[in-house]
Ligand binder design. Structure first.
Ligand code: MG
Ligand code: MG
Length: 260
């Protein structure tokens, strides 16, 4: 999945500025998609919207035609749109959104060779009708990302990020989607290192100034076992609903900086 890009582990100030510019385009597009994700909307419409929004600003959707190691064919869309029990890599085709769907939107932007990656989870329909357990799922996953970002400081390690996420999953009584992780990013869609959603404090690679990471907790209401479907998407094995939040961040002297 990731090339050996150790030489790119530490980004220059100029590179981080480029990734931030890429992330700004991504952030605007994701905000617009979130608003457009309403009952009755086809996923392929959101995909087209994302393509237009990103390319209008001079970016390229980095998932489009991307072929991860081991994949049989390149990815056919600009976004991943994963509904309910689908955790990630859902392909936006003819599915029409229904009230109370839990939609994960995942987006990558390449701006002049600088890559950013971010995801969010949307509850389709009236938020007042959100079932309590769905609120627990979405809030818990979002807070896990916030907690992980808080500990993304120089001198801490990847284990601290993993532990912050794992601790939050436990607190909200949620399962961590197994086998899926965050990653380095910035000069390619996926770079080293893996950023796991579990871990032990003070273990693993030390965080250093200039690292750029995509941190992405993925939690499920049921068990955490994941199965790979024939279209390349990943679903919970027990059919339970999943949530996903992701930001691209950089590690700086003054603390973590969210680039998306
Ligand atoms: Mg992503
Ligand atoms: Mg990612």
């Amino acid at each position: 999945m990731s090339k050996n890009t150790n030489k790119n582990l530490i980004k220059t100030e100029e590179q981080i500025e480029g990734i931030a510019a890429s992330g700004a385009i991504l952030n605007r597009a994701l905000g617009r998609l979130q608003k457009a994700a309403k009952e009755g909307v086809k996923l392929s419409f959101l995909d087209k919207l994302a393509y237009d929004l990103i390319t209008d600003e001079g970016g390229v959707p980095s998932f489009l035609h991307y072929r991860p190691e081991g994949a049989s064919e390149p990815y056919p869309a600009s976004i991943c749109a994963s509904v309910n029990n689908i955790v990630v890599h859902g392909i936006p085709r003819d599915y029409v959104l229904r009230a109370h769907d839990v939609l994960k939107l995942d987006l990558g932007v390449n701006l002049d060779g600088y890559f950013s990656d971010s995801a969010t989870t949307v509850f389709v329909g009236d938020e007042k009708e959100m079932p309590k357990e769905i609120k627990r799922l979405i809030d818990g996953t979002k807070i896990a990302l916030e907690e992980a970002i808080k500990v993304s400081i120089i001198g801490n390690s990847l284990g601290d990020i993993g532990w912050a996420i794992e601790k939050t999953a436990n607190k909200f009584k949620l399962s961590i989607a197994e086998g899926l992780s965050g990653h380095g990013v910035g000069l390619a869609v996926h770079e080293d290192p893996f950023v796991w959603n579990f871990g032990n404090p003070k273990t693993g690679m030390k965080l250093r100034e200039g690292m750029v990471l995509a941190i992405e907790p993925m939690f499920a209401l049921g068990e955490g076992e994941i199965v790979s479907l024939s279209d390349g998407s990943y679903a919970t094995e027990d059919g339970s609903i999943a949530a996903h939040f992701e930001h691209t961040i950089s590690i700086s002297k003054s603390g973590p900086v969210i680039l998306t």
